[in-house]
Write a protein that binds this ligand. Structure first.
Ligand code: MN
Length: 736
């Protein structure tokens, strides 16, 4: 059906709307590009309508707006959003796209078309789909962002779909898209996807919760007001510029909690969180300001010592930063307070897109998009900490019996659980397997027997000199690897036997001898081979040399043959550093020339100013211990010749980590007064801080970056003067 005049006017007005919402498409070239894509999409989809009866172009427009405004991507992504359904649904081809918009945009559209083919068409193949989705990720992460925007727009307009489709699409959304959005730090999109999916999957539950939520709204608003008012007043007194709100939790998260705790709606108390978003002051670190606000809060509300979550010191894998604390509110209910700077808030809402924006402002902008995409890729494949949480969820559901691994180029290989490096090598290619010597697993060197885990990226190192070894069979677990190793061994064996026999025969001929069976038996016994085959094989492999064959044929003394069995395995150990450390000279601990030549012992954590002694380890590196360290005493007793006197060099100020423990009586303002001491000490930085309060007794551990013992003494003296503090001690031993 052709477009009506009214529709045409509306559609034409949308180009400006898109350009307005796109913060990052400000130059003329960007605008031109978007206009070109807009016109193409309009023409290509002109005869199509959605299930709702609306012109089809409303969908690409909607997706483009989400991409621009809610995710914060740039012009290329907006173009791809506008064109994302063209290749699939119209006569235009990828070649057309490439001609008009170039290879990058073509590749993204290609990725989007492929991904919708695997994800949307057949939901029963989810394992395979997921894998393909991951594969696409390694090509261009923008594909995932645009796909998420596409899904969000489809979810927002799901009403027009028949019920069975609503349920299918919602299922995929909870299963795949919401976790992905979460993983990319797109918090608002994740929440909206979850809520919409719940609405279609469980309409009764959704309606019940949202009705009850509305019914209790007035009461809740009053309560939030009651909590916030004193906070506003107090924070104002300390000149903190901030915005405090009570944020309702999402319907989905309430439902989740009801299920987890198996309680009705009425028993869910934390239907909201208090959020304090502050405008950071210049010159003070955001983290310090967040803690400052926290300590001001404790002037009013008692806090829960076990429920302080410092996502600033260690941000979540998806980039989230904030300080979460739980306080006892009026009416005896615990309330969560989230403290964020304006920047942290934007990161929390828009995820990596916002991260990137802040980075771009501070550095050169041209390559930062690539950096940003790289970060996401790294985050997605990062095995450390909880970065793989979301993949783990899938793994639990789908990959219980198999693991998925990546080649250095990001290609996915699937192996049974328990597979080792050698299995992976043979999975790639028989030749790679045969020549494998070790692997780099997530950039760390690992042996062939190393057991791989889901998500590992594996690079096989090979050597032309390598050949399959019998012991490989013991740790290979795939039948493919095992059979390849066995046949290679057999082949190798056969080859060596033949070769050995030939060498032997020609040697015998050379000497003009004839060897009968008896003589051969004698000979192989002299050479310690249990049978003829082994004898030939050892010759073939060069283990048995026949240089003195003539002598051997005449002499029967087996002892002489022993030398053939002394394989050259004994090599001189290599010294890591040629310059041996002289124990008679004082070793200088300095930052520059011999940086790698010393480490600070973790048993006693010495810092400059401490009395220290060095212990030279077998790698010719000096371990710095405190003089009174127990471990050092033991080492000195056993290996006194390795002790060297050391001295702190004062040429440069280095930072060292030290821990202090503070104890005292908890009283309002205490935390604030302690943190104030730190702000006043300009050259001391906190690394982490951990406070607890129990029955009025306050205790805390602070990790600091300091330069020397003088710094620490000064600081301790100042902290002990804070009212309520009973003791400040340096913790010297690491926790066991
Ligand atoms: Mn679409």
């Amino acid at each position: 059906m052709d477009l009506t005049q009214e529709e045409i006017i509306w559609i034409d007005s949308q180009l400006d709307e898109i350009l307005d919402t796109c913060q990052r498409c400000k130059d003329e070239q960007d605008k031109e590009l978007i206009k070109k894509a807009f016109d193409l999409a309009k023409t290509a989809h002109s005869k199509m309508r959605r299930k709702s009866g609306e012109p089809y172009i409303t969908h690409p427009i909607g997706v483009a707006k989400i991409v621009a405004a809610e995710i914060g991507l740039g012009a290329k992504s907006v173009v791809c959003a506008l064109l994302h359904d063209i290749v699939e649904d119209t006569d235009y081809t990828l070649q057309d796209i490439e001609k008009l918009f170039g290879p990058t945009i073509k590749n993204i559209i290609d990725g989007l078309t492929k991904i919708s083919n695997v994800l949307d068409k057949d939901a029963s193949l989810q394992v395979e789909n997921f894998r393909k989705m991951l594969l696409t990720l390694s090509e261009d992460v923008r594909v995932i962002f645009i796909k998420l925007a596409d899904r969000l727009h489809n979810m927002r307009t799901l009403d027009a779909m028949p019920e069975y489709k609503q349920i299918k699409i919602s299922g995929e959304t909870t299963y795949l898209y919401a976790p992905l959005a979460h993983r990319l730090g797109l918090y608002s999109i994740k929440t909206e996807l979850e809520d919409l999916a719940l609405k279609y999957e469980h309409p009764l539950i959704y309606n019940e919760i949202s009705n009850k939520f509305k019914e209790s709204e007035e009461e809740r608003e009053k309560y939030i007001h009651q909590i916030i008012q004193p906070l506003i007043k107090e924070l104002k007194e300390y000149n903190i510029d901030c915005n405090i709100t009570g944020r309702p939790k999402s319907i989905y998260s309430i439902w989740n909690k009801m299920q987890q705790k198996n309680v009705p709606f009425e028993e869910i108390y934390d239907l909201f969180a208090i959020r304090i978003i502050f405008k950071p002051k210049r010159g003070l670190k955001e983290k310090q300001q967040a803690y400052n606000i926290f300590s001001i809060i404790t002037n009013i509300y008692v806090y829960h010592g076990d429920r302080i979550r410092d996502w600033i010191t260690t941000p979540k894998a998806n980039g989230y930063e904030a300080l979460h604390v739980t306080v006892m509110g009026p009416l005896g209910k615990w309330i969560e307070i989230q403290i964020r700077s304006e920047r942290m808030d934007e990161v929390a809402e828009k995820g990596y897109a916002a991260h990137w924006k802040y980075k771009e402002n501070s550095k050169n902008g041209s390559s930062s998009l690539d950096n940003w995409l790289q970060t996401i890729r790294e985050q997605l494949f990062d095995k450390s900490e909880d970065a793989l949480d979301f993949l783990d969820e899938f793994k639990l559901n789908l990959f219980s019996a198999e693991i998925y691994l990546f080649t250095p180029k990001g290609h996915l290989k699937r192996l049974p659980k328990g597979a080792t490096v050698i299995d992976f090598a043979y999975e790639i290619h028989t030749e790679i397997g045969d020549k494998a010597i070790a692997a780099k697993v997530n950039h760390n060197l690992q042996p062939l027997s190393y057991q791989l885990e889901s998500g590992d990226q594996v690079e096989i190192l090979t050597s032309e000199k390598q050949s399959p070894k019998r012991e490989w069979i013991d740790f290979a677990i795939t039948s493919k690897a095992k059979s390849k190793i066995k046949s290679a061994l057999k082949e190798e064996r056969l080859y060596s036997v033949n070769k050995g026999q030939q060498i032997f025969i020609s040697k015998v001929k050379e000497l003009g001898l004839t060897i009968n069976h008896k003589k051969l038996k004698e000979l192989r016994e002299q050479y310690h081979a249990t049978n003829k085959e082994e004898f030939y094989r050892k010759i073939g492999l060069g283990i048995i040399q026949l240089d003195d064959l003539e002598k051997q044929l005449n002499k029967k003394d087996a002892n002489i043959l022993k030398k053939y069995w002394t394989l050259e395995f004994i090599r001189k150990p290599k010294s890591l550093d040629n310059k041996k450390i002289n124990t008679r000279e004082t070793f200088l601990i300095q930052n520059t020339s011999n940086k790698n030549n010393y480490t600070l012992a973790t048993c006693c954590n010495p810092i400059p100013g401490d009395e220290v002694v060095g212990f030279i380890n077998i790698n010719n590196s000096v371990i710095i211990h405190k003089k009174n360290c127990n471990i050092l005493t033991k080492l000195a007793a056993k290996q006194g010749n390795r002790i060297v006197s050391v001295k702190w060099s004062l040429e440069k100020k280095l930072s060292f980590i030290a821990q202090i423990k503070i104890e005292g009586f908890d009283k309002p303002g205490l935390l604030f007064n302690i943190t104030k001491v730190f702000y006043q000490e300009g050259n001391i930085n906190m690394k982490s801080i951990n406070f607890q309060s129990n029955d009025g007794i306050f205790s805390g551990i602070i990790e600091l970056f300091i330069h020397d013992t003088m710094d620490l003494d000064n600081l301790s003296k100042k902290i002990i003067r804070v009212k309520g503090i009973k003791s400040v001690i340096r913790i010297e031993e690491e926790k066991e």
